[in-house]
Design a protein around this ligand. Sequence first.
Ligand SMILES: [Zn+2]
Length: 88
Amino acid sequence: MMTQPGLECPQCGKHSLVQRTNDVYLCLSCNFKKDLAAPPPKKSSFNIVPFIGLCVLLLLALRSVPKATPPAPQPTSSSNKMGVSSNK
Ligand SMILES: [Zn+2]
């Protein structure tokens, strides 16, 4: 499992991309080199900020809710399983 020919080269499109080292792929046709050792910088940014914002917002919303439940828009008529079609 040292060199696995058959990988498609993204540059020339030929299946001559071989694994040189553990992290480096080399194309035998166009000398295209792909280094997997360098991690893409996009992965470091985790979507933690909007998640935290959402959590804080939810916490504030839960805290600001008074004990009295807001009047739910429920019709006094007996609600069936799903009275959707009966509304028209
Ligand atoms: Zn190539």
